[in-house]
Design a protein around this ligand. Structure first.
Ligand code: ME8
Length: 684
């Protein structure tokens, strides 16, 4: 039996579940669903990382015991993922005793093999990374390049893990297992890092106590990464209804070869080194052989949201659960899986999400289903007709569909969900082309028996294609796949061990199957609805913040406002004072941008239509183009100087007002205006 075990990082509980953590988690879930559909014995693990100095400090700042703090903060993760249709088989917390005993056992094995030595350590430590830093890695002023915060000098008694002894074994392992680190570019980075030499690693601390105690040395707690990485294996104790969970870890039970199963760790690129270097080294040190190591660590890129880096406040602003409640979990999953090439950095753009939803889900797939069901209800009493004689057209379609299924399947195996979905939706496009070529609505008008038979064949072929699609979209969109099958008169697909239910070609639905039409599977959004949704969902533009994952501070335990790091210029003393009457002549209004486009051959300018509550939007030409894409601005509220004399930008392009913004042309910030303020409202 083929086994598949996929894991996400266990997330630090000083944060809330956000779009970045949702991303890894949704991809893991889709992969598990695909492999289960393919008949594998598949398992997914996620959880929370609950020890370490960072969390101890945040708890202290909140004035509560660390355990109370982590209990409170872990729950939102456990509750969030099912709302995104993530069905993890297990959720591990590092404060659970099943984890602690396993980690202590791992420690004892590493110690017994002589790879842990007691010594004194002094170096720089970044609490945000929970990692030591060499001087070379730091920015001037001893600043962590990731967190933009000063690192701390740590000097204490510690156990050293002899990582240096594993440089060659690791290089040998990478060479004999070229797929262990993916994608290729990331693999090369790790190779160069290891080739440059590995320093021994401090793996215990005595200056704080929030961690797993070191066996035999109760004044030491384990380094949080030694503890955290072990979760992937500690969670595989006990059994499920199919047997011992240890069957998911190589080498597999019953003498199956390593290739019979797969342990896949999905991680963000920020934590690849820990997984690709420390984790296999800890296991080798504990006596694991190279065929008992995980099969693959796949590092994905980082997401930005609407072109903005995910700072702490943005992470709070874009709540994946709220998005799923608003748009449906399937729409959010589809965007995460389809729009971002797994492995590369990508942007989660709300406008693009809605556009893609309308185009791929609403028009391509949804319309196809609707058209086929509609024609059948009207002409065949809502029952799937017989598939009569086929023509070269059906044969051609069938062979194209088989090729696309093969490609989609290969992409799922290669951890390329974006490609798998691209191929899947190409099948829907083929279905629409086939409808256009066979023109069933014309056949419906003819009554000759051969036309009627042909009509039946065309619809039955399309039902086969829809059946195929209902299986293929399942890993990405489980709820919609089940709803689609329901409309087609079919039961949901139940994964079965040892039996692949991934289609291999054009499917079929039995003649006479009664359809259950239920209206549009993916109701599309019109322009006004899109505008309203964007208004509600798109977070305001932030000042450019350079930090990636800020170190904890008191303000981080609760949602906070982004620090504005742009330089604040001093007031311009050369400007004369303005008396009140002069100022009062300025008519400042709230405007709502209803349209935005680039001005040809003017890099900086956008032509906007702005609603000022005057019944008809006015044209304003603004120098916003170096910061904003036109589509980012539609639906945004802005502050407008409404009574500025019209200004001619040449060629009849006249601006009737000015939009207020702050900052340099390529990093402008627009003031944030509450969505409840009506366009045209005056500022006084
Ligand atoms: O590092 N884009 O936990 P963490 C994409 N506890 N993915 C993102 C992201 C973004 N902008 N931001 C975060 C830890 N992620 C450790 C892990 S594992 C043994 C211990 C995702 O809460 C991505 O998967 O900081 C990244 O690796 C992870 O969240 C980091 O989560």
């Amino acid at each position: 039996m083929r086994r598949f075990y996929v894991t996400t990082p266990i997330y630090y509980v000083n944060d809330v579940p956000h779009l970045g953590t949702a991303y890894t988690t949704v991809v893991a879930d889709a992969l598990r669903r695909f492999h289960a559909l393919d008949g594998a014995d598949a398992r997914m693990l996620t959880g929370t990382d609950e020890h370490g100095l960072k969390l101890e400090r945040v708890a202290k700042e909140r004035g509560i015991a660390p355990k109370e703090f982590v209990d409170e903060m872990s729950a939102p993760f456990r509750e969030a993922w099912p709302k995104l249709d993530v069905a993890a088989d297990d959720f591990i917390r590092t404060t659970e005793s099943r984890h602690q005993t396993w980690v202590q056992d791992l420690w004892k094995k590493v110690a017994a093999n002589g790879y842990l030595t007691l010594g004194n350590y002094e170096d720089w430590y970044c609490v945000g990374c929970e990692s030591f830093k060499t001087e070379k890695e730091l920015e001037p002023g001893n600043i962590c390049p990731l967190h933009k915060k000063p690192v701390e000098r740590v000097k204490e008694e510690t156990f050293f893990f002899q990582l240096s002894k594993f440089q060659q074994p690791l290089l040998d392992f990478y060479a004999s297992h070229p797929d262990f680190i993916q994608p290729e570019g990331r693999r090369n980075e790790v190779l160069s890092f290891v080739e440059a030499g590995l320093k021994d690693l401090s793996v215990s601390r005595t200056s704080f106590s929030w961690g797993i105690p070191v066996p035999g040395h109760p004044n030491h707690v384990m380094y949080v990464w030694f503890d955290a990485l072990a979760n992937y294996r500690s969670a595989l104790q006990g059994a499920d209804s199919y047997g011992d969970l240890a069957r998911f870890w190589p080498p597999y039970a019953g003498g199956e070869p390593v290739t019979a199963g797969r342990v896949l760790h999905l991680v963000g690129k920020d934590i690849l080194r820990f997984h690709a270097i420390f984790w296999p080294a800890f296991l080798l040190a504990a006596g694991y052989t190279t065929d008992q190591l995980p099969t693959q660590v796949f590092a994905h890129g980082f997401l930005t949201v609407d072109g903005q880096k995910m700072s702490k406040s943005l992470r709070n602003a874009v709540n994946p659960v709220r998005l799923a409640e608003k748009l449906g979990a399937d729409a959010v999953r589809y965007q995460l899986l389809r729009a971002i090439a797994f492995g590369q950095d990508g942007d989660f753009d709300h406008g693009a999400l809605l556009e893609r939803y309308n185009a791929d889900l609403g028009k391509n797939l949804g319309n196809l289903l609707n058209r086929v069901i509609g024609l059948t209800v009207k002409n065949f009493d809502g029952k799937v007709p017989a598939r009569g004689e086929t023509t070269p057209l059906e044969n051609e379609l069938s062979s194209e569909v088989s090729k696309l299924i093969e490609a989609a399947k290969a992409a799922w195996f290669a951890v390329e969900p974006h490609r798998a979905l691209e191929h899947t939706f190409a099948i829907a496009a083929l279905g629409n082309q086939y409808i256009d070529r066979t023109a069933p609505w014309a056949l419906a008008k003819r009554t000759a028996p051969e036309d009627r038979a042909r009509f039946g064949t065309v619809l039955a072929t399309l039902f086969g294609l829809l059946e195929t699609l209902s299986r293929l979209i399942g890993p990405a969109m489980p709820t919609k796949a089940a709803a689609m099958r329901h409309q087609l008169g079919l039961d949901a697909v139940v994964p079965t061990h040892g039996e692949s239910q991934v289609p291999s070609g054009l499917g079929s639905i039995a003649e006479g199957t009664v359809l259950r039409p239920e209206g549009a599977l993916f109701p599309t959004y019109d322009k006004d609805q899109i505008k309203a949704l964007l208004d509600e969902l798109v977070p305001p533009k932030e000042a450019p913040v350079t930090e990636e994952k800020p170190a904890p501070s008191a303000s981080e335990a609760t949602p906070s406002v982004a620090p504005i790091t742009a330089a604040v210029p001093t007031l311009d003393e050369s400007l004369p004072a303005v008396d009140y009457d002069t100022f009062a002549k300025t008519d400042l209004r709230v405007g709502l941008i209803s349209h935005a486009e680039k001005v040809p051959r003017k890099d900086k300018l956008l032509r906007l239509e702005v609603d000022l509550g005057e019944g008809k939007p006015r044209q304003i030409v603004a120098g916003l183009a170096l910061t904003f894409k036109p589509e980012d601005l539609v639906g945004r509220r802005v502050l407008v100087v409404a009574n500025l004399a019209p200004r001619d930008f040449g060629k009849g392009l006249i601006s009737h007002g000015m939009i207020l913004a702050s900052g340099p042309s390529e990093a402008l910030i627009l003031p944030t205006i509450d969505a409840s303020v009506a366009p045209g409202s005056r500022l006084k």
